[in-house]
Design a protein around this ligand. Sequence first.
Ligand code: NAP
Length: 215
Amino acid sequence: MTITLKLATSLDARIATASGESRWITGAASREQVHRLRAAHDAVVVGIETALADDPELTVRLPGYTGRQPARVVLDSRQRLSPACKLAATARETPTYVVTTAEPDAALTQAGVHVLSVAADGEGRPDLMGVVQALANAGLANLFLEGGGQVAGSFLRHGLVDAIEWFRAPIVIGGEGRPAIGALAVAALAGAPHFRRVEVTQLGDDLWERYARVA
Ligand SMILES: NC(=O)c1ccc[n+]([C@@H]2O[C@H](COP(=O)([O-])OP(=O)(O)OC[C@H]3O[C@@H](n4cnc5c(N)ncnc54)[C@H](OP(=O)(O)O)[C@@H]3O)[C@@H](O)[C@H]2O)c1
């Protein structure tokens, strides 16, 4: 099991403006590289707020690409994902999973979405160790986390992020923008998750920084 966190941010690590506008912070070359990274993973994972805000497809769209599509996974305690959204509407072509804490919603399963029910954590959300286990049981071992900030924060807080692929655009959004990484409850620097930068590449006007977790 390998879990990689992708961040596409402003210089000040924002993933959207306060109103939720996020398309597009990074440039075309960064976005193309994200599609290559998607192709190398079993599943792309997002939180329900990202699915609701962006109605994304989360597929690999590269010129001439005919390879395997990663599964799409939405962490969604209350099954708020609409059967009419793009992820659900294309679930029979590209495997789509909702991970919840409740019984599967018939509207989603009828649309072809695989609903996985796992135990709740203290906040009533799918417990992340249960999420990772349920996905592994479904054959999804290499996960690519594509946001948003709350999901990124949860996986980091649980020490579950092995690598970070950070695409950073040369714009500044400011403090009222949505943070790339939600609350981590870090009390002391020694307790903060530590990473080692392994590669830096310029992509158009952006920087692509690659990080590995320091064990
Ligand atoms: N720039 C980019 O590349 C990029 C990428 C992605 C998103 N975005 C932007 O980010 C914004 C959404 O980010 P967000 O931080 O508000 O929300 P998010 O992380 O996408 O979704 C958070 C929601 O997921 C559900 N969830 C279920 N299990 C969870 C868990 N273990 N940990 C955390 N959340 C869990 C929770 O809702 P329930 O309690 O209902 O389950 C939670 O409110 C949007 O504006 C989107 O456009 C930008």
